[in-house]
Design a protein around this ligand. Structure first.
Ligand code: AMP
Length: 280
């Protein structure tokens, strides 16, 4: 496995691939866990060369967010990538030239949910991902449904800008208590980790109420809210699965999404409302 520490090294690796090689790409911010590994495993059999990027992208952090303390573990990350059969890891110290001047912004889909409380977050994500697609020339890239809004925004950007890359979504990987794996879980105390499991429990309760026939979104949200043990609930929404617009009633494909704080740590989770509370 090659470790590519800067953009020239990435370009050289890319140029050295056999003509016609199909490149798969998993962009990450590192401190890798089984959720990231699942995306690598999803692409591995579909590509000739599998590339992972590790870059804590300053553009997607707000001024009071955790950029400076975001967890890092280059050795652990390298071991996980090697175990997943990754061919190369692109881990640059920086990704933007001093005169970098472009912003890629997707409107509409970014208005609500995480976009409401993190107003510049998604333009940071789309700007870095567009640049990474340009640098890597990836044919297929995988993103987790854990960041459901991000996945929708990336799909929109790729369609709107006609970027020649296929986007694949991967299901959420959870710990044994149902907590969605996240690099930010490293910030949680053990009691808060237990409390954070109520996010999943709340979404399951919402699914169970839907299964029992409830279609009114206020009623569904009330059922879920009653289950949440968090320091602060950021949002708990039921939205149209494609447009991400808030719903009053569930009449088609819908997604329930939650974001909550434990101290300064902000966690997110989501489910397909109609998937069934008994589904894994
Ligand atoms: P991050 O390193 O947090 O930026 O995440 C990199 C990619 O891994 C994104 O596409 C995430 O959606 C995905 N990811 C993070 N956590 C999980 C998880 N628990 N299950 C599945 N995918 C995940």
């Amino acid at each position: 496995m090659e470790w590519l520490g800067d953009t020239p090294a990435l370009r050289a690796w890319r140029a050295g691939l056999p003509a016609g090689a199909r490149v798969g790409f998993v962009p990450t911010m590192g401190f890798l866990h089984a959720g990231h590994a699942s995306l690598m495993a999803l692409l591995r059999p579909r590509v000739d060369a599998l590339l992972v990027s590790i870059y804590v992208n300053p553009l997607q952090f707000g001024p009071s967010e955790d950029l400076d303390r975001y967890p890092r573990d280059a050795e652990g990350d390298a071991a996980l990538c090697r175990a997943e059969g990754v061919d190369a890891v692109f881990a640059p110290a920086s990704l933007y030239a001093p005169d970098f001047s472009t912003v890629v912004r997707v409107d509409g889909l970014t208005d609500g949910l995480c976009g409401a409380s993190r107003p510049t977050h998604f333009q940071g994500v789309t700007t870095v991902v567009a640049r990474l697609f340009g640098l890597t020339g990836a044919h297929v890239a995988a993103f987790g449904e854990k960041d459901y809004q991000q996945l929708a925004v990336i799909r929109r950007m790729v369609a709107d800008l006609a970027i020649p890359v296929e986007i694949v979504g991967g299901p959420i990987v959870r710990d044994e208590g149902g907590l969605a794996l996240s690099s930010r879980n490293a910030y949680l105390s053990e009691p808060d980790r237990r409390r954070a499991r109520t996010l999943r429990a709340a979404l399951r309760a919402l699914q169970a109420a839907y299964d029992a026939g409830e279609r009114d979104v206020d009623a569904l949200r009330a059922v879920a809210r009653a289950c949440v043990d968090a320091d602060r609930l950021d949002y708990l929404e039921v939205v149209d699965a494609a447009s991400l617009r808030a719903l009053h009633r569930v009449e088609g494909p819908a997604r329930a999404l939650i974001a909550a704080y434990y101290g300064a740590t902000r966690l997110i989770d989501n489910v397909d409302v109609a998937a069934g509370a008994g589904a894994p």
